[in-house]
Write a protein that binds this ligand. Structure first.
Ligand code: PDD
Length: 297
């Protein structure tokens, strides 16, 4: 196990000794919500956005986060300070229903369990960024929004894990999923963009997807670097017209996709629009992370 500091309900320990009771409904039923953050200059990036989404996810499953933002942020800082991490941190926040008897009734549980994991952030190698990654279009359909809404960032990740397992079996780095209408929604751990005619296009929320913090941020970056970006319903037929593709996530930022299902995208190399957005993203991060923590817009 990688070095990590783990905070369970305020108590910090290391990865090997951190435990959650078997009767925690997060373990029994996957009833919980989470966020993944990373630091730049050792500061959690867009922390408020992640708190907001965590609270929205929790509300959607009838769970109340038992900490205010300030207390939560202090707990994150304390955990990061205890983590044996020299460089940038990966931070995972988890809040589960808590411990209770075997029942779907939330009333049987006491306080929610609050977990913070801090470990080293694994930077995407420069070589991978320069070459781009290969992805597949998965045979696993993204959860129907009327079943488990993908807008909820839930610990119940079987849908995502099954899609990613398929990608790994086929030697790919990410799995793009379709929704129940056959439109593209998102990838197993990231949002999806396609570039056509110089425009960056990404599926709308109605396609059933997580509203990525990075996806939103990329729209701002696109405005500042002069790249037109908009929401668009995307289907298999659109892959043929794609000049470029990329995925976005907290851990992978703007990452070029150069192969889909074994076939090259456009020229088969990261294109100018993707590069402009990836560079613009980094430039904006550098600006924001020079400012005091927790004042990022
Ligand atoms: N994944 N879609 C899904 C299904 C995701 O799991 C993620 C994030 C995203 C991108 O969201 P954001 O830009 O806010 O990171 C989209 C994180 C990194 C994870 O699962 O660890």
């Amino acid at each position: 196990m990688q070095y990590a500091a783990v905070n369970v309900n305020g108590r910090i320990s290391d990865a090997a000794t951190a435990v959650v009771p078997v009767f925690d409904h997060g373990f029994l039923y996957g009833e919980g919500v989470y966020e993944t953050l990373r630091t730049y200059n050792r500061r959690p990036f867009l922390l408020e956005r992640h708190f907001d989404r965590l609270r929205a996810s929790a509300a959607a499953i009838g769970l109340t986060i038992p900490l205010g933002d300030r207390e939560f942020a202090e707990r994150i800082d304390a955990t990061a300070a205890a983590a044996p991490v020299a460089g940038e941190c990966y931070i995972r926040l988890l809040v589960t229903r808590g411990v209770g008897d075997l029942s779907y009734d939330p009333e049987v549980c006491g306080e929610p369990t609050v977990i913070i994991i801090v470990k080293p952030h694994a930077e995407t190698p420069a070589e991978t960024r320069a070459r781009g990654i290969g992805i597949i279009v998965s045979s696993v359909m993204r959860n129907h929004p009327a079943a488990v809404d993908p807008r909820i960032k839930s610990n119940n990740l079987l849908n995502n894990a099954l899609a990613m397992q398929e990608a790994l079996r086929r030697g790919a780095k990410e799995a793009l999923m379709r929704n129940h209408r056959g439109e593209f929604s998102e990838c197993s751990q990231s949002n999806f963009f396609l570039v056509s005619g110089g425009e960056a296009l990404t599926p709308p929320l109605e396609a059933g997807l997580l509203e990525g913090v990075t996806r939103d941020f990329v729209f701002k970056v696109a405005r500042s670097v002069g790249v037109p970006a908009r929401y668009a319903v995307l289907r298999d037929a659109d892959l043929a017209h794609a000049d470029e593709m990329f995925i976005t996530s907290t851990t992978r930022e703007v990452l070029p996709v150069t192969v889909v299902d074994g076939r090259p995208v456009g020229a088969g190399a990261p294109g100018p629009v993707t590069r402009a957005l990836a560079d613009g993203f980094r430039a904006r991060v550098n600006e924001l992370c020079r400012e005091p923590a927790r004042s990022q817009a």
